[in-house]
Design a protein around this ligand. Structure first.
Ligand SMILES: [Zn+2]
Length: 66
């Protein structure tokens, strides 16, 4: 897989005004294959059109297969 450059602009509308958001409260991502602690999801959002440019979990190691 190619390394993706850090998002700096919205691929949809071209705006470079990106904001950061996350699910609040208990809406975290949990591992699908086993029970365990989940992780917060962080989103990079275009503040112009609302497009979600990136979404990722804060602690990806929790999703590793054992
Ligand atoms: Zn946009």
């Amino acid at each position: 897989m190619n390394r993706v450059e850090k998002a700096t602009e919205c691929p949809k509308c071209g705006s470079n005004e990106l904001g950061k958001g996350m699910h609040s409260g208990y809406a975290s991502m949990a591992p699908a294959e086993r029970f365990g602690l989940g992780s917060k999801i962080i989103y990079i959002i275009c503040t112009h059109c609302g497009f979600i440019v990136e979404g990722y979990v804060e602690q990806p190691k929790r999703f590793k297969k054992r």
